[in-house]
Design a protein around this ligand. Structure first.
Ligand code: NDP
Ligand code: 2IT
Length: 448
């Protein structure tokens, strides 16, 4: 059998069956490219139709979300939940509320989640959901009514042993609270493990809020260590200023680096003194304002609505905003300015062309499904605590997170070498490690 031709054939079929879902095609293409050496060695996966089955969601739900805004106007949004793969455990993955959300985006995120979750070594399958609702400028009451309407349909698909959502873009502790309240009201069950990312006071895990950002920095730290380097004294650029970005900045500063720039969808901010995290948290988490408010408040900072945050010279870049935000030209600018390493805090923030530029430039590159796995891994730790009706300390939880990130990093390198690549090929290592765990479970469970 010609493995290359087989992969191309499968990819062609996937594209035809999911026309117009560009982000999904992109995510599938990247994984399938990595699988050639695996399928050559293991034709049994081809015989069992593993790749075809893995790239088709087990179930996809799309539903109407009607709600009433503060002016009494009836609004209608579209809700999604893609339950992609349950070979390793209940579907697990976040909910995204953003006007750009559509089926193709939810499918790309759900597909990535299968491999990411497998990489953590925890018993969690892959899924993702969300809505094309825009929380920006909405009152707490509007957000609450939207979340209640969303959960009124979604609850029938969830359960601590079935499907366990969490946050993503536009969904944080406030939204998780409203979603949980409505789930409890409808089902008459206090089922803590049905959602993760809850506040610590009622069933959440310490360090879940921080986990994705911290985990991304731990992963980058491990990559740097392979070249005898560290964050100490490094200039770092972070994109975004949401949950992942804020806690990535916090951990970089704790490790002796200096984050000198971050962004939101309106532009970017440079503060050569290092980002003042208390000020940033107050603006983004408490006041929910635009990032330009930071420059208004701090004279050493400047805000720019033109260009990108990647124009700022740095040693390390951590893209933590959204998919396809770092393009070929951005990558070229980073390489020209001497970037050493890039770790994806966001899901698929670098385009394939940008990743190629990093590869050619010898830049260490940590793909999202490995580098940002700390968030979902800590969600799995939250599920463990919920199942045991237990609460671990911050320190205990964070040390589990750090150990998981070290393990994910080591696994990527080991697998890359096993399959004939350089240990630095984290894309290949992550894809194959995740694939093998899911493929073996699927094989054992039969054609289902
Ligand atoms: P938040 O909603 O907290 O923050 C998102 C940030 O990204 C904001 O600064 C936002 O700016 C910016 N952003 C969003 N969309 C765009 C866009 N289209 N163009 C430019 N900037 C944009 O989300 P998170 O921090 O939770 O998520 C960020 C990324 O990390 C996403 O890719 C998510 O999938 C990924 N991720 C999140 C995890 C988690 O635990 N939360 C776990 C693993 C990955 P603005 O406010 O202007 O919209
Ligand atoms: O992309 C992701 O891994 C997340 N948004 C977190 C998922 C989770 O279930 O914690």
């Amino acid at each position: 059998m010609d493995t290359k031709a087989y992969i191309e054939d499968v990819y062609g079929q996937i594209c035809r069956r999911s026309a117009g879902e560009g982000e999904f095609h992109q995510a599938v293409d990247e994984v399938l490219r990595s699988l050639e050496p695996v399928l050559e060695r293991h034709p049994e996966y081809v015989d069992a139709g593993i790749v075809e089955r893995m790239s088709e969601p087990e179930r996809q739900v799309m539903f109407r979300v009607p709600w009433v805004d503060d002016q009494g106007v009836v609004r209608v949004n579209r809700g999604f939940r893609v339950e992609f793969n349950s070979a390793l455990g209940p579907y697990k993955g976040g909910l995204r509320f953003h006007p750009s959300v559509n089926l193709g985006i939810v499918k790309f995120l759900g597909f990535e989640q299968i491999f990411k979750n497998a990489l953590t070594g925890m018993a969690i399958g892959g899924g993702k959901g969300g809505a094309d609702f825009d929380p920006k400028g909405r009152s707490d009451g509007e957000v609450m009514r939207f979340c209640q309407a969303f959960m009124t349909e979604l609850y029938r698909h969830l359960g601590e042993h079935t499907d366990v959502p969490a946050g993503d873009i536009g969904v944080g502790a406030r939204e998780i609270g409203y979603l949980f309240g409505q789930y409890k009201r409808i089902t008459n069950r206090y089922e803590s493990g049905v959602l993760t990312g809850k506040p610590v006071a009622w069933g959440g895990s310490h360090a879940r809020t921080e986990a994705t950002g911290y985990g991304t920095v731990y992963f980058a730290q491990e990559m740097l260590a392979t070249r005898g380097q560290s964050f100490e004294g490094r200039r770092v650029v972070v994109s975004g200023s949401g949950n992942v970005a804020v806690y990535a900045i916090e951990k970089v500063h704790a490790l002796g680096g200096r984050v000198i720039a971050c962004s939101d969808s309106s532009g970017y901010l440079v503060d050569e003194e290092g980002i003042d995290l208390d000020l940033l948290k107050d603006i983004k988490e408490v006041r929910r304002e635009r990032i330009s408010a930071y420059a208004d408040a701090k004279p050493t900072a400047r805000f720019s609505a033109r260009g990108t945050v990647y124009d700022v010279p740095c040693d390390l870049a951590l893209p933590c905003a959204t998919q396809n935000e770092l393009r070929r030209d951005d990558a070229a600018a980073l390489v020209k300015n001497g970037v050493i390493a890039v770790a994806e805090g966001a899901n698929m923030p670098c385009t394939p062309e940008a990743v190629e530029v990093f590869r050619e430039g010898g830049v260490l590159f940590g793909p999202g499904k490995a580098a940002n796995a700390g968030g979902v891994a800590t969600s799995a730790l939250e599920m463990q605590q919920n199942a045991a009706r237990d609460t671990w300390s911050f320190q205990q939880t964070e040390s589990r997170l750090a150990a998981i990130m070290r393990d994910v990093h080591a696994q990527c390198r080991e697998t890359a070498e096993t399959y004939g690549a350089n240990a630095d090929d984290y894309v290949l290592g992550a894809n194959i490690t995740g694939f093998l765990r899911v493929a073996d479970a699927m094989t054992a469970q039969g054609v289902v």
